[in-house]
Design a protein around this ligand. Structure first.
Ligand code: HEC
Ligand code: HEC
Length: 503
């Protein structure tokens, strides 16, 4: 009898406690008559089931930031010479000290009021040729941190895509890479070897990001790339960039043969891919240090990994593996804000993956982001509609409620973001989600009922995915161009914040 009572008490405990700890069957497992399994025991079984190592870089080639080629790549990443109007650089939207992003909901590239001012308060100049009152880029800048870990697709809509998708190869598996310069499913002969090499060919061709509206107007992407190469070659008289390229490639060849788009791409690629930041408390924990996580983070981890039937939130259904993403596309109906991508009747929708596939369940679907370092990569969602982790987590737990709560005046976001059709477009995305649910599409985001305390546990777990280096300016120094210097062309972007302080 005593046995049964104990078991009932455990059931009661399981129902009232914040996490589902034990099975309620009287006769089933070894725990029913003893104390519930510890958090560590439960997590260990999740780690085994999911075959996690904690280290998503195992088996990969990651360049060292201190190699000469990666150091040249850093200088190229930080120079406004690669911006058509010399007012925008890669770093404008991907600064290591801003989590590898720009800390804005929607990026501002060309035509900024103060090109070197990055982060909150950056505005689009009213004197810029395309100014219409708001940011010009329709999507949030994803982090470049850990960009070497993507194997299948890049961009929120996957328009750069590995055709082979071989794990641990970053697309470098000999099967080719599709880019916006080729059709869906067709390899771009110029893509370069891996996904990041293919991706980096495009920001310089985007009018809003780097090219500007007058530079090589009406000409092809390749014309833009060639014109930029000519600019760097010209800047090499007397020597500036040439010396840098000679050093990096250990060569004495002349500017015309060394300063090519292929070499520019190789250098930027080495720089970007060296941004590996995976040494977080969760990794330590998975590797065996049980003290690396707080109890709250452990409870959050269980909620993250356990199924809804087990009392969890099943986040792992999409945020899979050590990189926390399935690299697939899902409709989450994160509020649609900003100018959109020209889709829909009003032209301010962003149809996401549907733009590439024309497959209706893909309408408003976006790629599952990695959650490594998510603490520093906000604002969140493909358009930065949420400023805090708690808000985006709550959205994922109940989409409709979150949309009903959302402030569609957008006064909480950066100035000038278009809101005219934001609510209407968001409801269209929600309708697509409901259609996908009704059609039994899987995986699909589900409503999960968690307590406020459980939401804080989930957030604690997400905070345990931060590599401390990404919050430490000194630790990041090797990836940031020397701010005492103006670079080989005097066009280095030394980022300042709203107060004019160097970043
Ligand atoms: C004006 C801001 C801006 C500039 C400048 C810019 N980017 Fe981006 N970057 C973005 C945005 C926004 C996206 C996402 C676009 C999308 O998904 O449609 C992106 C996507 C990326 C990605 C894909 C990341 C992922 O997770 O898929 C990489 C890598 C990247 N940029 C690197 C670069 C490099 C290299 C340069 C310079 C050659 C550069 N960016 C210049 C804003 C910018
Ligand atoms: C059905 C797949 C799916 C499930 C389940 C899911 N997510 Fe996501 N998650 C996504 C996608 C897709 C996005 C990006 C949506 C967008 O950009 O519009 C995302 C975005 C996020 C973001 C924002 C990250 C960023 O960089 O913008 C966080 C944080 C997040 N999810 C956490 C969670 C948590 C916690 C859970 C469990 C409660 C969860 N997700 C469940 C697919 C999923």
């Amino acid at each position: 009898m005593l046995q049964v009572k104990k078991s009932r008490m455990l059931c009661l405990f399981a129902l009232t406690s914040t996490i589902f700890l034990v099975s309620c069957d009287d006769d089933d497992d070894e725990y029913s008559s003893t104390s519930p399994p510890s958090l560590d025991t439960q997590l260990q079984s999740v780690i085994n089931d999911q075959e996690l190592s904690g280290d998503p870089s195992i088996g990969r080639q990651i360049p060292d930031i201190n190699t000469p080629v990666a150091q040249l790549g850093k200088k190229l990443f930080f120079t406004k010479s690669l911006g058509g109007d010399t007012d925008s650089a890669c770093v404008s939207c991907h600064h290591p000290a801003l989590g590898g992003g720009d800390d804005l909901s929607l990026s501002i590239g060309t035509g900024a009021t103060l090109p070197d001012h990055l982060g909150p308060g950056r505005t689009h100049s009213s004197a810029a040729p395309n100014f219409d009152g708001g940011p010009t880029v329709p999507r949030n800048a994803p982090t470049t941190l850990n960009c070497a870990l993507w194997d299948q697709v890049m961009f929120h809509d996957g328009r750069v895509e590995s055709l082979g998708k071989t794990p641990n190869t970053s697309g470098n598996d000999g099967q080719g890479i599709r880019t916006p310069d080729s059709k869906l499913g067709v390899a771009d002969p110029q893509s370069g070897l891996d996904l990041t090499a293919a991706q980096l060919r495009f920001p310089v061709t985007s009018q809003e990001e780097m090219r500007g509206f007058d530079f090589e107007a009406g000409n092809s992407n390749d014309d833009v790339r060639n014109a930029l190469v000519r600019r760097l070659v010209d800047q090499s008289i007397p020597n500036t960039w040439l010396l840098e390229f000679q050093q990096a490639f250990d060569s004495s060849e002349n500017a015309a043969s060394l300063i090519t788009f292929a070499n520019i791409a190789e250098a930027i690629n080495a720089y970007e891919r060296s941004q590996l930041f995976v040494n977080n408390p969760w990794k330590k924990y998975v590797e065996g240090d049980q003290t690396a996580l707080s109890d709250a983070a452990k409870k959050g981890a269980l909620l993250f990994f356990q199924s809804i039937e087990e009392g969890g939130a099943n986040c792992v259904e999409c945020h899979q593996g050590d990189f926390f993403t399935d690299e697939q596309f899902h409709v989450l109906a994160i509020p649609q804000i900003g100018r959109g991508k020209g889709d829909g009747e009003t032209g301010d929708h962003d149809f996401g993956r549907f733009r590439e596939t024309q497959n209706s369940p893909d309408k408003y679907a976006f790629r599952t982001p990695s959650l490594l370092n998510v603490e520093v990569t906000g604002p969140y969602g493909h358009d930065g509609a949420y400023l805090s982790l708690e808000e985006v987590v709550r959205h994922n737990l109940n989409v409709e409620e979150a949309i009903n709560r959302y402030d569609f005046t957008l006064s909480q976001l950066d100035a000038g973001i278009q809101h005219e059709h934001a609510e209407e477009n968001t409801r269209a995305a929600l309708a697509q989600l409901q259609t996908n649910r009704a059609n039994g599409l899987t995986p699909v985001i589900q409503d999960v009922d968690l307590s406020d305390e459980q939401v804080t546990y989930l957030v604690e777990f997400l905070l345990a995915l931060t590599d401390p280096c990404v919050k430490d300016r000194d630790c990041l120094a090797p990836w940031i161009a020397d701010t005492d210097d103006a670079g080989p062309d005097s066009l280095q972007l030394n980022a300042v914040d709203e107060q004019g302080m160097l970043r």
